[in-house]
Design a protein around this ligand. Structure first.
Ligand code: ADP
Ligand code: MG
Length: 618
């Protein structure tokens, strides 16, 4: 009898975690054993490619699943590469040796439930249902077969065993039933069939089970959905696959099936979800596509397969040309991966463009969930991808209460109108109430109403669309026509003294005081120069990084056509200085900026009202 060997310490911790806490996902043990069997046959295949490699009959490659109700045992048998005595010891005696990179991470950081999903602890998952597992294996490189026996708790032993066929047979002896758990359910053929279909349908080798009548039945379809001809797949099948594979309770909004043949051959099955995943903007949410090579799963969440601005896309990519044993580091720099990604991005973009053109309602549904992502995409990387995205973004405008594309907006511009005006506001109504907007609206010019924090940043980066420059209505100078420009110049000259006094009095609050042709019925407004805008200032103020808290330049503009201006030019210098504070505070409030001393402002207004009522009585 071989001496009982101890598991490596780390393995023991994982075992404990698993056996004691991951009951919800217990049934995946079968998938894990089947995928190991499939891996073992892949390895045999790869080895046979070398000259002195083993030879085998392709038809022999299959996975047999058997249940033994009397012994309460499940068998999973393969004809793959098998394991030598040393390999049994090394591969099953310690998880650290498995391909999964579990121990590169700190175990304590990992929540229990994540273990299987993220790292596929594979073989050990059997202990969620088994009180003992035996692994009989025979490798080409060992003259005799060996069996690994363990209850998963105390340790394991490896002994010689009678086995001549190459390959591995795993036998699970199920745990005793408890009040909470009936492990016998795994002995039901129907249940086994269901689990194979659910988890292992695309395994490339037949998974067979001998039924009660003694007939061998193949349980899996072997051909992945993405490899089937597009015309043969129903939307229901696409949807079902999506919901199973990506654990979504809702059908996808849109499906894209890409089948590429040529110098590089690959299939991609891509989905746009119909809702925003709840942790989409959370750093823990993993983006990227799942990568397969010849239907064999390689990697979940490969972020190099799709642009980050399309990271809402979920899906799988299966390449015929990628090396099976390719490592993660290599994948990152792989030229094939990069070229697939380019094609995939192009396809997603063109599908979205078509949707926008042909199915506006659907596109708006999409945009409601992921439009923000596109706008961030435009802004990110210093605008590197702005041209890719500019025809996919939509904005609200004063034209109609609906989302508009930039192309639509530009098509409505009057001849000679070289600028696309925009303002930031919470709603179209609020935008229309802004003093700076009134005159422009009078001229029937459409104005973009920016409602998301990222909007102004995105438009800044974009700069122009079809040669039409984006222009904030509360920034810089606004020249509506030559004539008013001249008048303004004249008026400024005439009222030099008044403006100088205001400028001096308000030098701590604004960098300039000037007359404007921007306003119609409002007396004053606040604008910034062409640099940072007030909206951007507010967004930056939310940054935890204080160095980002930059202020926009503040310029007080006065409407010379307003009766208030006439009044200002008549009052005494003292009064003018007193009024200046009220003026600037009004402008601040309109822009949604905080005023320095609200109580003082309130008192000033009260005084003005008292004065007004006194002069009325006279
Ligand atoms: P992983 O499959 O991620 O490597 P597992 O815990 O599932 O992790 O398996 C550990 C190792 O045991 C595998 O890498 C493989 O070397 C070996 N192994 C498991 N099952 C088999 C099998 N049926 N045939 C050959 N080797 C196997
Ligand atoms: Mg495995």
């Amino acid at each position: 009898m071989a001496r009982l060997k101890q598991f490596k310490a780390e393995s023991k911790r994982v075992l404990d975690l698993m056996i004691n806490s991951i009951y919800t996902n217990q049934e995946i043990f079968l998938r894990e054993l089947i995928s190991n069997a499939s891996d073992a046959m892949d390895k045999l295949y790869v080895q046979s490619l070398s000259e002195d490699g083993v030879k085998f009959n392709k038809d022999d490659l299959k996975i047999e699943v058997k249940v033994n109700k009397e012994l309460r045992a499940i068998h999973v048998k393969d004809y793959g590469i098998g394991m030598t005595r040393d390999e049994l010891d090394k591969n099953l005696g310690t998880i650290a040796h498995s391909d999964s990179s579990l121990f590169k991470e700190d175990l304590d950081e990992i929540s229990d439930v994540d273990i299987i999903g993220q790292f596929g602890v594979g073989f050990y998952s059997g202990y969620m249902v088994a009180k003992e597992m035996r692994v009989m294996s025979k490798s080409e490189n060992d003259e005799s077969g060996h069996v690994f026996i363990s209850n998963g708790l105390d340790g394991y032993k490896v002994e010689k065993v009678e086995k001549t066929e190459r390959g591995t047979e795993v036998i699970l002896f199920l745990k005793d039933n408890t009040d909470d758990q009936n492990f016998d359910e795994y002995l039901e053929e129907e249940n086994i069939k269901h689990l194979v279909k659910k988890y292992s349908d695309y395994v490339r080798y037949p998974i067979v089970m001998t039924n009660e009548e003694g007939e061998e039945e193949t349980l899996n379809s072997m051909i992945p959905l993405w490899k089937r001809n597009k015309n043969d797949v129903t939307q229901e099948e696409y949807n079902q696959f999506y919901m199973d594979r990506f654990a979504d309770y809702q059908e996808p909004l849109h499906t894209i099936h890409l089948q590429v043949e040529g110098t590089q051959s690959y299939n991609a099955l891509l989905y746009i979800p119909s809702h925003l995943p709840f942790n989409f903007y959370n750093e823990t949410d993993k983006h990227g596509l799942s990568l397969y090579s010849r239907s064999v799963f390689i990697q979940e969440h490969n972020e190099h397969l799709i642009a980050d601005y399309f990271s809402f896309v979920r899906g799988v990519v299966d390449s015929a040309d990628l090396n099976l044993n390719i490592s993660r580091e290599v994948l990152q720099n792989d030229r094939q991966v990069a070229s697939m990604a380019r094609r995939i991005n192009r396809k997603v973009k063109s599908e979205l463009e078509l949707m926008l053109k042909n199915d506006r309602d659907k596109y708006e549904k999409f945009y409601e969930n992921f439009g923000l992502q596109l706008k961030y995409g435009m802004y990110n990387h210093f605008g590197a991808n702005k041209d890719e995205l500019k025809d996919l973004v939509l904005f609200t405008t004063t034209h109609e209460d609906k989302l508009e594309s930039l192309a639509d907006i530009v098509s409505r511009l009057d001849e000679g109108q070289e600028e696309i005006y925009y303002v930031s506001a919470d709603s179209i109504l609020k935008a229309c109430q802004l003093p700076q907007v009134e005159k422009v609206l009078d001229k029937n010019v459409e104005v973009l109403v920016l409602m998301d924090d990222v909007d102004e940043f995105a438009l800044r980066v974009l700069g122009e669309y079809e040669g039409k420059v984006f222009k904030a209505l509360n920034q810089g100078e606004l020249d509506l026509d030559e004539e008013s420009k001249e008048t303004l110049k004249k008026l400024t000259e005439e009222n030099k003294d008044v403006l100088e006094i205001l400028k001096e009095e308000l030098k701590d609050k604004v960098s300039d005081v000037r007359l404007t042709s921007r306003l119609k019925s409002h007396p004053v407004c606040l604008v910034s120069d062409e640099g940072l805008s007030f909206e951007m200032e507010k967004v930056l103020a939310q940054s935890p990084d204080e160095s980002q808290h930059i202020k926009a330049t503040r310029i007080l503009e006065i409407n010379p056509d307003h009766a208030l201006f006439e009044a200002l030019s008549k009052v005494s210098e003292d009064k003018l200085r007193e009024f200046s504070e009220v003026l600037v505070n009004q402008a601040y409030l309109i822009e949604g900026l905080e005023i320095e001393d609200p109580a003082r402002f309130s008192n000033l207004i009260s005084l003005l009202m008292i004065e007004a009522s006194n002069s009325n009585r006279n």
